[in-house]
Design a protein around this ligand. Structure first.
Ligand code: NAD
Length: 421
């Protein structure tokens, strides 16, 4: 779905007009491409309290190590280092603050480290020009490489204001040479199609699942990606068995399980019949639990497997007309947190995370009435909707073999939406 306003503000007369009228001027975001895979300019890393280099050189990104801040007085070091730099961040630039987990120290440390969250979320709302700001909390023994690789690249264009916790990776890392197999539900279109394409780009054999009536689009996508099409309704009682059988045919187990299929049946609660309630809870939540349980019990999901489910900011903030949908998506968050904490999975190096998209330009949001759609697009720090590929890149990061230290996280891909935390 085209964002005509964003197109208008991308032209000189459009910029002039919208500036004169005091209207928002969303910056065109720089996204990843094979020809242009990195941010434009140098990345500066410094420890909190360290003086910024003199001069006017712009930076594509600044990474501030604030892990050592142990009391409120220490927070002054954030100002010392970042204040002189904030006007030197290039368009579509990045600020990443590395923190420690509040509670890994005493009360003073907890207060100071929690303060960083307020700082980061506020700076994200100020930075402008397509810039993003995040807080990465490192547990003792954690390696942030995969997370920084994502955040300091154009792949994270629509992720801002996030707090991401990274722990030590469990167990041995998987053999990097083996081709991984991924399953993506709801792959025929929208976000699912982008996830399938992005995982294939990153080297996976992708099994693309969608309802049989989407068979044609599904077949075309799977053929284009060199993957496998699996026409199947995920709510079928034997969906888990049929996925297992399809994977056995494709030559083995599963490394990446992406629960993306989802539906809306919007009505205010007073007008919502039980069928609409059931349909949404069944597709978006119950089938996710049922298939995951089967694939784990049947040993289909390999050690060091990655499970990524799809929540929504509606599941965090709630949304009028979406009691059923928001309940299902909040349920996904509960599922992810509980499963990630399961010692049996942790021992096997399996991670479980969720992405929570905000307003993403897909068939689902194209169906939203015009004025609500326009409000949804603009009500975030980046002033625009995201693209399916923005969610796909976040899924690919969480799904990567190098992301073994990230589990139980809910990462919003919402341009720092004003809705919810
Ligand atoms: N688009 C957004 O702004 C947005 C925001 C938040 C969350 N999400 C979530 O992201 C996911 C993808 O959304 P989208 O916008 O790409 O939606 P979409 O409607 O464009 O695509 C969803 C796909 O899921 C498939 N599907 C539906 N029911 C299925 C079933 N029973 N079995 C198998 N496949 C089924 C559909 O056929 C379709 O291909 C959903 O879980 C959605 O709730 C989307």
């Amino acid at each position: 779905m085209a964002d005509r306003y964003l197109r208008l503000t991308g032209t000189a007369p459009g910029r002039f007009l919208t500036r004169r009228l005091g209207l928002p001027q969303p910056a065109p975001l720089r996204r990843w491409s094979a020809e242009h895979p990195s941010l434009d300019g140098p990345v500066l890393r410094l420890a909190a309290g360290e003086a910024a280099p003199a001069g006017t050189q712009p930076y594509a990104a600044v990474v501030l190590d604030a892990t050592g801040i142990a009391d409120p007085a220490g927070l002054r070091a954030v100002h010392t280092s970042l204040h002189p730099l904030i006007r030197r961040i290039a368009p579509c630039g990045r600020v990443v603050v590395l923190g420690a987990r509040p509670g890994d120290g005493d009360v003073q440390q907890a207060a100071a480290q929690q303060a960083l969250e307020g700082f980061v979320r506020s700076l994200g709302k100020e930075i402008g020009r397509g810039g993003t700001v995040q807080l990465v909390r490192l547990a003792p023994g954690a390696a942030a490489d995969s997370t920084l690789g994502f955040l300091l690249s154009p792949k994270s264009a629509y992720v801002s204001g996030q707090v991401i916790e990274v722990g030590p990776a469990a167990g041995e890392q998987p053999d990097g040479d083996r081709r991984r197999t991924a399953l993506v539900t709801g792959a025929a279109r929208g976000i699912g199609a982008a996830v399938a394409a992005t995982l294939a780009r990153d080297g996976a054999h992708v099994v693309c699942l969608d309802v049989p009536r989407a068979g044609e689009a599904l077949g075309e996508l799977a053929a284009r990606l060199g993957g496998t099409a699996l026409p199947l309704d995920i709510t079928a009682p034997d969906a888990g068995e049929r996925i297992g059988a399809a994977l056995a045919e494709a030559g083995g187990g599963l490394d990446v399980l992406v629960h993306n299929a989802g539906i809306t049946r919007d009505r205010r609660f007073a007008n919502l019949d039980a069928d609409r309630w059931d349909a949404v809870l069944e597709v978006n939540l119950a089938s996710v639990l049922r298939t995951t349980e089967h694939l784990l019990e049947a040993g289909v999901l390999n050690d060091h497997g990655r499970i990524v489910a799809t929540a929504s900011i509606a599941g965090i903030a709630g949304n009028a007309g979406q009691t059923n949908y928001a309940a299902s998506k909040a349920g996904i968050i509960g599922f992810v947190r509980a499963l990630a904490a399961d010692p049996a999975l942790r021992e096997r190096g399996i991670t479980v995370n969720a992405v929570a998209p905000g307003f993403i330009e897909t068939g689902m949001t194209a169906a939203v009435p015009l004025f609500i759609r326009e409000a949804g697009r603009r009500m975030n720090s980046l002033g625009q909707g995201g693209q399916p590929v923005d969610v796909a890149e976040a899924v690919a990061w969480l799904a990567s073999a190098a992301s073994g230290g990230i589990s139980g996280q809910v990462v919003r891909v919402c341009g720092q939406s004003l809705l919810g935390a």
